[in-house]
Structure formats: C-alpha cells, structure tokens
Design a protein around this ligand. Structure first.
Ligand code: CP
Length: 303
C-alpha cells in the first residue's frame, strides 16, 4: 500500500504517469465518473483550507465516490486530546483513503504509520504540501508544454512556504532547470532545501530583487508571507508587503511567462494582474482537482 507524505515518495516516472492520467481526465471526464463508486475519502483537516479540501472532495465526487470528514480540529475528538495515530486508525474503519492537513510537521506520516489505508499529506505545518506540488507540475506541464529546460523564479516567503520546498524537490529531477530564489533576508530558503539543489548541481541564485529577476523567468511562482508560522506579529507586519506583483513590474517579463501562486493570496499579486493572459493561478486551482483525481485512482489502485 502506498501513501503520499512527501513528493519524493513518487519517482519521476510515477509523477509523469499521474500527469498523463490527469490530462486524460481533463479530456474525457465521463470515462472516470464511476471509477470510485462505493469508495470513501475522509478529509481530516486540522487547519483551514479552501482549495485543497474542496478540490479533494470535488475529485472524489467526480470519480463517483463519497466523502466524509471534518474541516477544523475543534469539531473532532482531537479537541478532547485524541492522538493523530488513534484518529487515523479509527477513521480507517469508516473510509478507504485519508487526506490529512495538520499544523504539526510529520502528523500525516504518523497517521500513515498507524492505519491500514492510504494517507495523503494535504499540508503539514511549514514542511511539505505534496499535492500542491502535483498541482504545480500539472499546471506547468499544461501551460508550458514541458517540465524541463526553464528558469523558475520563486518569490516571497521561501522559509515557511511549504509549497516551495516540495516544488523544488520535484522540479530538481528534470533536466535544464534553474531557480531564482527571490526573498527578503529573513525569509530565505532553509538550508536543508538548498542542500537538495547543491547535491544535484542545480544552478540557483538568491536575490531580493523581483524587478531584476523578471526578464529571465519562464515561471514566476509567487507565495504569501505565512503569517501563521511567524513567532511574532511585528516581524510579519514588517515583511508582509515585501513583494507585490503589479502590471508595471511585468513590463520586462517574457511574453510567455507563466505566473503561478498556490493561493490564497493576501496582497502579493495585485488584482490588476488577474486579467493578464500570463496569470495562471486560477487555472492552477482547477488543475488541482484533476491531479487529485489521478492521485486517488493511483492510491486506491483503481484501473
Ligand atoms: N493552496 C492551498 O493549499 O490552498 P488552501 O490552503 O486553501 O487549501
């Protein structure tokens, strides 16, 4: 039985196969409408979510399955002190697969080690968010027509932004990838993620300037400053407006730049950018549903 806790749980071949299935679902959704009939997905969300939880639920419904779960810790017995291990074990009596988001790093792994059904990490603290990475890979593959030979700018909170950590791990497997890491000093990429780049000899540069980086980028991946991970509000308030993407800042960007953001945004992308054809972040949220459909099929071993 397979879980998805870290994007590295899947080989590049498996990731490519998931992307192929997701694209087929996009073309022929009717072929998949009953694939999970009689199956149940449990969404255990101990932290807020809009896209991840609802796209998982929509994915299961569109596969003909059912959904149960909770969207906040306080409405589960975690509020009475139940452990993640016990919660997962109990839920496995009622469902066939679990998608879990938790503020503590490693909580979905604990769940996977303690229950007999597949567990999907839907985001654990500031650590990983592998299904967002699947979403990002599908978005890049559809929008750019490839996953290799490109320069990817990652901008904003690279320290706490878990989607960035998983995306770097996944994209480092493809050839010809360069990264431009754009952040304030205090929100630089953690050393353990930089070590992935160094160990694979992936070219990267670190800068604080979005404007100077813009002309070389094929992908611009904006991120929100993660207020909930800061130790004090003062630091958050000082850093929250470090980068605000506006139409003016795109004046020297490539014509075929693809702008992504895992969302939610606060103010790091001006709404005036939304009508730019290079803004792909709302399409990205839709791609998230299709790749999660492909993932559910894979983990439930549905042909
Ligand atoms: N991208 C993402 O994880 O969004 P939600 O927090 O709304 O799930």
């Amino acid at each position: 039985m397979k879980h998805l806790i870290d994007i590295k749980d899947f080989s590049t071949q498996e990731l490519d196969a998931l992307i192929r299935v997701a694209k087929d679902i996009m073309k022929h959704p009717e072929n998949y409408a009953h694939k999970c009939a009689g199956k149940k997905l449990a969404t255990l969300f101990f932290e807020p979510s809009t896209r991840t939880r609802l796209s998982f639920e929509a994915a299961m419904y569109e596969l003909g399955g059912h959904v149960l779960g909770f969207s906040e810790a306080d409405s589960s017995s975690a509020a009475k002190g139940e452990s993640v291990a016990d919660t997962a074990r109990i839920v496995s009596c009622y469902a066939d697969i679990i998608a879990m988001r938790h503020p503590k790093e490693g909580a979905p792994l604990v769940a996977a080690m303690n229950c007999p059904i597949p567990v999907i990490n839907a985001g654990d603290g500031g650590h990983n968010h592998p299904t967002q990475t699947l979403t990002d890979l599908l978005s890049i593959s559809v929008e750019k027509g490839r996953l290799d030979n490109m320069t990817i700018g990652l901008c904003g909170d690279l320290k706490f932004g878990r989607t960035v950590h998983s995306l770097i791990a996944a994209m480092s497997e493809y050839s010809g990838i360069k990264f431009v890491l754009i952040s304030p000093e205090e929100l630089k990429l953690p050393g353990y993620v930089k070590d992935i780049l160094k160990s694979k000899n992936i070219p990267f540069e670190q800068t604080a300037s979005l404007e100077e980086s813009m002309p070389k980028l094929d992908i611009l991946y904006m991120t929100r400053v993660q207020r909930e991970r800061f130790f004090n509000e003062e630091d958050y308030l000082r850093l929250k407006n470090s980068y605000i993407l506006t139409p003016q800042k795109l004046h020297n960007a490539k014509e075929d730049l693809c702008i992504l953001h895992p969302l939610p945004r606060v103010n790091e992308i001006s709404t005036a950018v939304d009508s730019d054809p290079r803004a792909c972040y709302f399409k990205q949220a839709l791609y998230g549903k299709y790749i999660r459909m492909a993932l559910i099929l894979k983990l439930l071993e549905v042909e």
